[in-house]
Design a protein around this ligand. Structure first.
Ligand code: HEC
Ligand code: HEC
Length: 281
């Protein structure tokens, strides 16, 4: 993993200590050498995950709380990492995929835990995650996805978001947002955009010593440089020592809050529409 990218992950910590811990953990895990291409671990346990008994699930839960909750939330609803409480996990749609992710992680995104846990604990952990998912009410979303799609078009969401290749990439790509985030998260994203700002969208103000300040989205940052995208479009690159200050705004977002402008029904329709977006990744 490139040094710059490790540093920019670390700097995500500005908004919340939880992220700080997550990023610190990330670096720690890197330090432990998990990025070395580990040969795939045989899991030995070839039983289907739903065969796990109470002892397996209890052991899996302990490991989950210790190793995964930091990024995926105690209840699996997401945080730094995506929600695991979705009907189909894009990268782990079956037992084999789930075991592979828990064992080997995802390059540059998530550390692998197979080496630390060994095959048996890895299997128990995957079984616990499978159980977490199964326990999620497949929630009767109250909104109407077809109306939500119309609201999405009327409200100009495409002026900031790409969906299936169309739109402007100012905010995150929403093509598979329904596979990445649960309905509760999506609703919160519309009502209180600052509550959880994804990596790559933290708002900063760069104050150069000699030119005007720019408030925008921090695209990336390392020990020497910071890249800030102006809401107008262009990306500015600053050599940090040329800055008088680089201010990070905790809880700020350049996404407008829709709670005050939209009716509750419109919000629910939008959530139903977003939850249905499972485009290929
Ligand atoms: C350092 C933070 C971090 C930790 C710790 C972490 N994950 Fe992840 N995990 C991520 C990120 C980020 C992704 C999303 C990658 C992507 O964009 O698809 C992810 C993805 C996943 C996925 C695939 C989700 C999908 O939609 O396909 C599973 C399953 C998963 N993690 C399980 C776990 C388990 C189990 C543990 C504990 C052993 C764990 N993770 C620990 C950050 C983390
Ligand atoms: C002015 C630009 C802008 C407009 C207009 C806009 N968004 Fe956003 N949106 C953003 C930015 C920037 C983020 C990332 C920061 C954040 O999550 O607060 C974001 C984040 C999101 C997220 C959360 C993504 C995640 O992974 O956490 C969702 C969902 C979303 N927008 C949906 C919408 C919908 C639906 C509309 C139209 C009703 C809309 N946005 C209109 C800029 C915009």
């Amino acid at each position: 993993m490139a040094r710059g990218s490790a540093a920019s992950r670390r700097s995500v910590s500005v908004r919340a200590t939880r992220l700080g811990v997550a990023a610190g953990w990330w670096l720690l895990t890197l330090g432990a050498g998990s990025h070395l291409a580990a040969p795939p671990q045989p899991t030995n346990d070839s039983r289907p995950l739903h065969d796990a008994n109470a002892d397996d699930l209890a052991a899996g839960k302990r490991a989950y709380v210790a190793q995964c909750a930091l990024c995926h939330g105690m209840d699996g609803s997401g945080g730094y990492g995506p929600s695991l409480l979705v009907p189909v996990l894009a990268r782990a749609s079956d037992d084999t995929g789930l075991l592979r992710v828990v064992d080997q992680g995802i390059p540059n995104l998530m550390p692998g835990y197979g080496r630390a846990n060994g095959p048996r604990r890895t299997w128990q952990l995957a079984a616990y995650v499978r159980r977490l998912i199964a326990g999620t009410p497949t929630a009767a979303l109250s909104g109407d996805a077809t109306r939500g799609r119309a609201v999405y078009q009327e409200r100009g969401c495409a002026s900031c978001h790409v969906l299936a290749g169309a739109g402007r990439a100012y905010g995150p790509d929403l093509s598979s947002i329904g596979a990445q985030r649960g309905p509760a998260y999506l609703k919160e994203a519309l009502l209180r955009p600052g509550a959880r700002v994804p990596d790559g969208h933290v708002v900063v103000t760069a104050r150069p010593k000699d030119t005007r300040s720019i408030r925008g989205v921090r695209v990336s940052e390392d020990a020497f440089w910071v890249y800030v995208r102006d809401p107008g479009g262009p990306i500015h690159r600053y050599w940090k020592s040329d800055l008088e200050a680089l201010e990070r705004e905790a809880g700020a977002s350049l996404m407008p809050a829709y709670g005050t402008q939209r009716t509750a029904t419109e919000i629910d329709d939008l959530v139903a529409y977003l939850a249905s977006l499972r485009g290929a990744r």
